[in-house]
Design a binder for this molecule. Sequence first.
Ligand code: PAF
Length: 276
Amino acid sequence: MRAFHRIDALRAYRQSVGRVAFVPTMGNLHEGHLALMRAAREHADTVIASVFVNRLQFGPEEDFERYPRTLRADGEKLAEAGADALFAPDEAELYPEPQTCFVDPPDLQHLLEGEFRPGHFRGVATVVLKLFNCVHPQVALFGKKDYQQWMLIRLMTRQLALPIEIAGMETVRAPDGLALSSRNAYLSPAERAEAPRLYRTLCKLKEAVLHEGVKQCAALQEEARQSLDKHGWKTDYLAVRQCSNLQAPTSATQKLVIVAAARLGATRLIDNLEIG
Ligand code: PAF
């Protein structure tokens, strides 16, 4: 596997390969990322991954400084997973001057995650567009665990007419249901044992919505939130929303998704579950 730290070297390599599938990451790779790499291989002959911890998408009180940086191990995992190239720029390479041009996604950026992480999606959209401009992929793959991110990237790509297909991959879970995430590494053993409750709560809420109907959503989601909070969680949001726009449902025929973010101790976990 080739590794590039400079944009010009990556671009020179890019010219020598054909169709590219791209998997952007912030590193500390786990099985969820590696599943994306394997899926990427089905889309193109050349698979390029990036590892870059993007300061722009972290709030001032968030975990940018302590976000796990494991580039050497990431490189080994990518090579094993069959990636052809790794793009791992440092901050000076990707942001050689203070970034003053941003991609400001539409209102969707202010809902849910956006309400609790102001500016987060502006930082994500900006770096993703920049990475797209470095890699020039034909297809890019994102995990649906970050459901709102996946929606915003699709919207940005469509509205800015980027010639890139955006693929969303199902969330990869531990055997006990916990969605794989680099932030799971922050959990203490006791928190790790408690963490699967988030997914169990989503599954239970899904069954309740299917059984009792969309009109009961507000009451059912409140019950679900209370049951999490009773077990020591601090729930930022836990909501049944329309898949198409993440607004509250307005009819029984809409395709729905339950989205949630909750804190266990100092760790904030997110998850989601599509209904129907
Ligand atoms: O999902 C992530 O890991 C990040 O938000 C991304 C897409 C790599 C942008 O920094």
